[in-house]
Design a protein around this ligand. Sequence first.
Ligand code: SF4
Ligand code: SF4
Length: 179
Amino acid sequence: MQLTYKIFVIKNLQTDRKIIEAQAAEKEAENDAFRIFIKHSNGIKIDELVHEINAVVEPAIDCTACGACCKVLMINVKPEEAQRLSQHLELNSSDFKNKYIEESLQGQLIINQMPCHFLEGTRCSVYEHRFTECREFPHLGRANFKDRMFGTLIHYAMCPIIFNVVEELKIRTGFLNEL
Ligand code: SF4
Ligand code: SF4
């Protein structure tokens, strides 16, 4: 992506969550049509575009000023991550688990509260020790966007990164010209 184009994308980012929510309500039918458009597109090309756009959008959005996903996501926790965070908080593992973690029937560890215990205002109070799932959301660097688009759009009204990547993707794929 050329520098001038990157600057253009960054300058046009929408980060106001109220505006994003209002636009999401307005664009519901458009997004349904876009999902069908993507379904019939080349998955490899779409992944290339999503990764390219995401590489510009994600670093330009300040998650510490948002924290919206920390209020609604059910976060899976790996045992070693629980161990690391309990050490950081100077708690023994069983106190840490009793306080913050629930175990599913399948033995999966999850944070036992939404919003997350560690969210303070819009910031993660354990940012350096946050879990892999927190670090990887909204997963736009992964492959196979095409098959994951439905799940991604569920968070379109909530997450400025998703909103901006999807809106730029509508332009870059030529979808908007077809409306
Ligand atoms: S650990 Fe931090 S980043 Fe992860 S959900 Fe909780 S507040 Fe958010
Ligand atoms: S990942 Fe999205 S919803 Fe979560 S804090 Fe960052 S911008 Fe907000």
